[in-house]
Design a protein around this ligand. Structure first.
Ligand SMILES: *Cc1c(COP(=O)(O)O)cnc(C)c1O
Length: 406
């Protein structure tokens, strides 16, 4: 953990010094959403108190300032993910909307009997939009299984491709198992069969350097709120050749060229996919979250989180009856677990009573829970502002909870 002054970083997050149940709060639900540094909150306040005006609509000063803020955020994000052009960076409400956009718009080219490859570890956001498409068009969903460590069965993945395969869509990092999938190789294989790929980057973007050019993915989606940014903002990266061919997803203002009742033409990229007033305040503030990440450096963030996760997981294995789900060789800082046959909800409540905030339940991945044969898990997940003291407080609370339930 050389060179990271976590206590200094924590100063940017006032929420971390609050109490829960009369104890210092330990926030370990970062996979659901991360906390937000003051520079992001300050930017939101600054815009609401100084600059708020609708984007792309007016010649007036405020509107132009606001448009500049939004569009420089787009350029900031383009650079951050190494996309070729700002036309390939579409603002959405989040990962969920990004996948729905692609399934609905790109999916309109698919036919009955065409096959889409997903994996059993997907979040509902990367399952249900494809099922809606399946209901509409009759496309067939094929599912890649996992091994006992929670890694994808890559042999099966390759074997699922055939002449009817039109799309593959999978997560970069599992929000339950923490597994980091070998997406670059998986994309290369899909491309060798001329199949385009969407990567659900909701869990990768807070913990890994994202380089869409290096990955060569066709689509990549992620959410601001999981990477220290505001809620309600997400990004869809898409290769220009696809985005140009795709029909609009929603209709309305901002996304049009010329509207008459006889015929409407659409705006150029990226605006074709941005109907209505976007969350321009959130978008502008999101770029401050990227500044925050880049100032520390993603490699150092990942190393810090990984060290905490390894330490915590190692200590957890000493607790009698503990079951950890997801022990992949390449794993992000997420630990899903159960103790004996105790219900995850009871464990979560006992931890909360000790100030420890963790997730319990199916984590929007019911098919994965079915595959694992469990109703849900307790999930602890780390971010850059977590400390060894957090890990120890969690472990202590967990041992107590285990003793109470046991
Ligand atoms: C959180 C998450 C989503 C959904 O993201 P939203 O921000 O809720 O739209 C999708 N996939 C994975 C892997 C996630 O962790």
């Amino acid at each position: 953990m050389e060179n990271i002054d976590v206590n200094k970083i924590r100063e940017e997050f006032p929420i971390l010094s609050r109490e829960v149940a009369g104890k210092p709060m330990v926030y370990l639900d970062n996979t659901a959403t991360s906390q937000t540094p003051m520079r992001v909150v300050d930017e939101i306040t600054r815009i609401y108190t100084r600059t708020k005006a609708n984007v792309h609509r007016g010649v007036h000063t405020l509107s132009q300032e606001m448009t500049d803020l939004q569009e420089s955020a787009r350029e900031r994000i383009r650079r951050y993910i190494n996309a070729d052009s700002i036309e390939e960076v579409i603002f959405t409400r989040g990962t969920t909307e990004g996948i729905n956009l692609v399934a609905s718009s790109f999916g309109s080219r698919f036919h009955k009997g065409d096959e889409i490859i997903l994996t059993v570890m997907e979040h509902h956001a990367n399952i249900v939009p494809w099922q809606l498409l399946s209901d509409r068009t009759g496309v067939v969903i094929r599912v890649v299984d996992i091994n006992e460590r929670g890694e994808l069965d890559l042999e099966q993945y390759r074997s699922l491709f055939n002449e009817r395969t039109v799309m593959a869509s999978f997560c970069h990092v599992s929000n339950v198992l923490g597994t980091v999938n070998p997406v670059k190789d998986m994309i290369a294989f899909a491309h060798s069969k001329s199949v385009p790929v969407l990567v659900d980057g909701a869990q990768a973007s807070p913990h890994l350097r994202i380089d869409v050019a290096d990955l060569d993915c066709d689509f990549y989606v992620f959410s601001s709120h999981k990477m220290y940014g505001p809620t309600g903002v997400g990004v869809l990266y898409g290769k220009r050749k696809w985005l140009e061919e795709m029909p609009p997803y929603q209709g309305g203002g901002e996304m049009i060229g010329k509207v008459t009742f006889a015929h409407t033409t659409y705006a150029d990229l990226p605006f074709k996919f941005e109907a209505g007033t976007p969350d321009f305040v959130g978008i502008a503030a999101f770029s401050k979250a990227i500044d925050f990440i880049e100032e520390i450096g993603m490699e150092r963030i990942a190393a810090h989180e990984h060290e905490l996760m390894e330490y915590t997981q190692q200590e957890m294995t000493k607790i009698p009856g503990i079951r950890i789900f997801g022990t992949a060789e390449h794993k992000s800082a997420v630990i899903s677990f159960l103790i004996g046959t105790d219900h995850p909800y009871d464990l979560g409540l006992l931890l909360d009573k000790q100030g420890v905030e963790v997730r319990t339940g199916h984590h929007c991945a019911m098919p994965l829970m079915d595959r694992l044969g469990i109703p849900g898990t307790v999930r602890a997940s780390f971010a850059i502002y977590n400390t060894k003291e957090d890990a120890d407080a969690f472990l202590k609370a967990l041992r107590r909870a285990a003793a109470i339930l046991g």
